[in-house]
Ligand binder design. Sequence first.
Ligand SMILES: Cc1cc2nc3c(=O)[nH]c(=O)nc-3n(C[C@H](O)[C@H](O)[C@H](O)COP(=O)(O)OP(=O)(O)OC[C@H]3O[C@@H](n4cnc5c(N)ncnc54)[C@H](O)[C@@H]3O)c2cc1C
Length: 471
Amino acid sequence: MNPFEQAKKALLKTKFFPYWLDNEAAPAPEPALKGSISCDLLIVGAGFTGLWAAIHAKEQNPNRDVVLIEAQCIAIGASGRPAAILSTSVMHGLDNAQRFFPEDMDELERLGKENMDGFKDTIARYNIDCDIEWGGELTVAVGEDGVEDLAKEYKLYKQYGHDAYLLNAEEVRTELNSPLFCGGLWSKSRSGTVHPAKLAWGLKRAAKELGVRIYEYTPLVDSRHLKPGVMVTTPEGEVKANKVLLATNAFAAGSKKIRRRVAAIRDRIVVTEPLTDEQLASIGWQNRQGVYDTRTQLNYMRLTADNRILFGGRLGYFFNNNTDPKDDKSADNFLMLVKNFYDTFPTLKDVNFSHAWSGPIGLTTRMAVHYQHYHDGDMIYAGGYSGFGVTATRFGARVGLAILDGDDIPETKMGFATTQPNYIPPEPFRWFGAKVTMYALDTYDEKGGWRKPWISLVEKMGFPVTQNELG
Ligand SMILES: Cc1cc2nc3c(=O)[nH]c(=O)nc-3n(C[C@H](O)[C@H](O)[C@H](O)COP(=O)(O)OP(=O)(O)OC[C@H]3O[C@@H](n4cnc5c(N)ncnc54)[C@H](O)[C@@H]3O)c2cc1C
């Protein structure tokens, strides 16, 4: 059967909704805000950035009056949709950190490890049941170029004291059996996988227990500077706040200017039906790592607690940073991803897919958190994790609060916090550039040609789109 017809068949009974959110454990939403309230700190957006910020603000000062508003419901944005492979890096990986902040590498690495330890502690302290597994991160080489890339990456991992191991083709296939894999790099400690929605719901519970007031289905509509303080309006109410943290990621809500530096890209994921023991045995994966491959249009994969395979990684862009593209909810946009799945795991050619979805990536040219200041610094935006934020949001939120409060901590003086990523061209150039780039990425490895100079031009503009580039 033609591979795309096979993919179509495998998607016949698929629910186009995130597997993570399709769960009876989802808590009932909090009522929307009606009327006028005031608070010390208003957080806008209840994904991981907003939730970590709410908890941190209360832990720091239990008397602080903290309000969290969310346009829809908890974790409906990127936070309820990721692969949720956990990483120690707070700057989108070691090579990305080295590319942009070489002088801060030692400190960023130390902060990343501290952040991961704090992530673990918070989950344990609030007794959050979120299917966390510590199998590590495994990067798998597809093709000989990939093997060379991994050797370079391995050096960097060892230089910064990671518990990392280089695997040859046979060793990597013992870990995860695919005919495509020619080598691997397994970073064993401080990484793994989590159920992101259960984590977000647990953080919501913790925030409520700490006294944070949460309003769902309450979008920020407008904000006005009161000098000092900010008045935020919502459809049926208003919040007068001393300080505001915009945790709106790719939605870039709160100021039209955010989009000058943040593009809303979509990334896609499919999830299989639960594998039988026999199917799982055919691919190994006893150590249940979170896995990335080295392809230019990279694929990532992991197991869920009930032994489904989550397989993701096909970028898309919709005109004007559309964060709710209706046509990304049909099978056609997932066919290539399913074909890649079958190419990766030919022994699973009979497996069907229960869920498929896409999610918003807040992409910046530095692919890591940055801060934008509004209303004389009484309101700041913290975002731009670019697809690497389940743990990094905890760090981004903590530093964002320190900037907002004027706290004198070293992190607020580091390059990532004091400088901005490059501007991204506006529409229609953004749409055109994104479309050509996505097409080039899809076919870069097989066809080369004009794609290489185009991707190199995009990289000169500041986007490190070939993820293996070691700068
Ligand atoms: C497909 C995919 C795969 C990923 N895989 C990984 C991975 O394996 N590992 C990893 O570390 N990271 C991964 N990420 C990235 C990670 O999910 C994000 O970096 C992280 O969840 C961002 O959290 P956030 O709170 O900043 O944003 P979001 O979760 O997007 O939260 C922003 C919130 O703001 C709300 N909002 C928007 N506008 C308004 C408004 N006007 N008023 C009030 N609220 C508003 C939205 O509804 C949303 O809930 C992935 C992301 C995607 C999409």
